[in-house]
Design a protein around this ligand. Structure first.
Ligand code: ASP
Length: 342
């Protein structure tokens, strides 16, 4: 089916029919309740999701690659302080920002990932460069930054990523002690929160795209969890946990309590359920997020995934109260959603 009917000649429509494109994005899952969001916050998030969708979808309709679309969508959200990725990322227990990201090309199953970088403006760009220009999949901390410098990346001060809202969130988290992997404590009262959007949300960003050549790519970028300690690494930069793509099955980007997503190899589990159990992308994503993750001790893995298969079928299940998310499907239908009831 045509991805868009706008200004398409019959010929354009016919070629679109052979080459449908689609993109799905997320901006994190967590305790995101309609009652806690002002109308202004709600529309700010929706506008931000729409900007990211447009950035990615424009790449696809211009004939660009799925990898290019994923990078375009994610850099838009990395540059937006609303999300927990690059600018606006959460603080560590040391009051710094340390970033993780990964990307995977479903056509070649090549992948690039980095963890614990402090001076890269757009970590997803570095993930792509690691995938394309190094013989490695994953680089960490100073080593990743040395590679970035060699590749001509501009470095930014760590302060570039700081926002007051995230600093306050880390201070609040520390009120319950240095738990290391804390989201905001239960004692944090939404009624008194200056910014309800910060409360208990995770905020990681991700994108999965299908391009005109039928290639799928997936990527994820995050600051990790508020007040993280000890060089903690979550699922987002781990291929198979937070990100996975294979043209034979689907592309997946996850968001949520990373420790559980690592233990479930969650992103790969979605693809494996399609490959080995013959499930649809919707069923595979749903079983992983609604059955497998919640069953893990001690608390169950909270969060969600976005997934997209080679036919452009989209799944966006989450087991939290909300997940910032949106898509443009192969028919050109666009939607952005935040809560359980959209
Ligand atoms: N999964 C990320 C992590 O654990 C956090 C998130 O998705 O918000 O680092």
């Amino acid at each position: 089916m045509a991805q868009s009917t706008d200004a398409s000649s019959p010929d354009d429509a016919a070629s679109s029919a052979d080459a449908p494109v689609a993109i799905v994005i997320h901006g994190g899952a967590g305790t995101i309740r309609r009652a806690d969001m002002s109308a202004e916050q709600d529309s700010m998030y929706r506008a931000a999701l729409n900007r990211a969708l447009s950035a990615g979808h424009d790449v696809l309709t211009d004939g660009g690659t799925a990898v290019g679309a994923v990078v375009a969508a994610i850099t838009t959200m990395e540059d937006d302080a609303l999300f927990n990725a690059a600018k606006g990322a959460v603080f560590t227990s040391e009051n710094t920002v340390e970033l993780d990201a990964s990307i995977m090309d479903g056509g070649t199953r090549q992948a690039g990932a980095l963890t614990g970088v402090k001076h890269i403006r757009n970590p997803i760009e570095l993930a792509r460069t690691i995938m394309n220009e190094s013989v490695h999949v994953m680089l960490a901390q100073e080593g990743a930054e040395t590679f970035a410098r060699q590749q001509g990346f501009d470095m930014v001060e760590n302060e570039y990523f700081y926002t007051e809202r995230r600093r306050r969130a880390a201070e609040k988290a520390r009120e319950n002690g240095p738990t290391g992997d804390a989201n905001l404590p239960d004692s944090y009262d939404p009624e008194t929160a200056e910014d309800a959007g910060e409360r208990g949300t995770f905020g990681t960003v991700g994108a999965v795209a299908l391009d005109q050549d039928g290639n799928i790519a997936a990527g994820t970028s995050t600051g990790g969890t508020t007040n993280k300690r000890f060089g903690r690494i979550g699922d987002s930069p781990i291929i198979g946990a937070g990100t996975y793509a294979d043209n034979q099955t689907c592309g997946v980007s996850a968001t949520g309590h990373g420790e559980y997503f690592i233990r479930a190899a969650a992103a790969h589990s979605v693809a494996a359920r399609m490959k080995f159990a013959g499930m649809s992308v919707e069923e595979a994503a749903r079983v992983t997020v609604m059955d497998e993750l919640p069953a893990l001790p001690p608390d169950g893995g909270s969060g969600g995934v976005i997934a997209l298969d080679a036919d452009g079928n989209i799944a966006m299940p989450f087991n939290t109260q909300g997940m910032y998310r949106g898509y443009v499907d192969t028919d050109g239908n666009r939607a952005v959603m935040i809560y359980n009831d959209e």
